[in-house]
Design a protein around this ligand. Sequence first.
Ligand code: AMP
Length: 280
Amino acid sequence: MQILETIDAMRAYRRQLSGDVAMVPTMGALHAGHMALVDHARTLAPQVVVSIFVNPAQFGPNEDYDRYPRTFDADRQQCEAHQVDAIFAPAVEHMYPPGAIETVVDVPSLTDKLEAANRPGHFQGVCRVVMKLLNMCSPMVAVFGEKDYQQLCVIRAMVADAAIPVQIVGHPTIREADGLAMSSRNRYLNTEQRTKAVAIHDALQHARKMVRDGNRDVAQIEQTMARIIEPKGLSVDYATVRNAASLAPIKQLNDPANARALVAARLGPVRLIDNMSLEV
Ligand code: AMP
């Protein structure tokens, strides 16, 4: 397995490959959710490149950039075990050289809502780094998790509109045994918070059950989700039902197959997000 630490090394590696590449962009602290993306990537192309880059541009000033878990040795071992061909782990100074022009990449109709309300500038940082990573690695296909559903929608739209020659593949969310979506940030939770965090999954499951039972009243579904989460001591940023493609609010669930329930909630120092399709 190659470890590529500079953009030149990434490009040189890519140039000497004859076959296609499937890329899995990550911020490291790899867990079974990331590795499921890697395993899926392996079925899509003969070479798999995992990028590991904690992207300062997508963290707000009061967010956890400095304390975000950095576990490169363990990440390398996991990639090795999953037959990754190369890790691309550029330094911040390579990705964002001092004095470099700050290109703004954005998909405003998708980045003016949900996560954006709590994380101004977050998606511009995501778009900028994903566009750069795709240009550096030139993969045929890139795999992203549905865990970050709004991010997946934004990246799909950016790639389509900017005509970036890559196929974007979404992968279902990988969960702990009790349903909590795996996340690098779960390690911030203490034992008590970890037990309470499952309320988010319970609320999403309950939303699906309401739809399965015939309920089409979005306001009622949203209130019920919040009522399941809040008594556990979580503070809800949003618990909402949206159009699965545009992420626009909906009042009446005429087409559950095209609707998504999305939740963001804070628990002590941690902000957790999760989502589920309402297709039943
Ligand atoms: P991150 O390292 O958090 O930036 O995530 C890198 C990629 O892994 C993104 O496409 C995430 O959506 C995806 N991912 C993170 N957690 C999970 C999970 N539990 N299941 C599936 N994909 C995930």
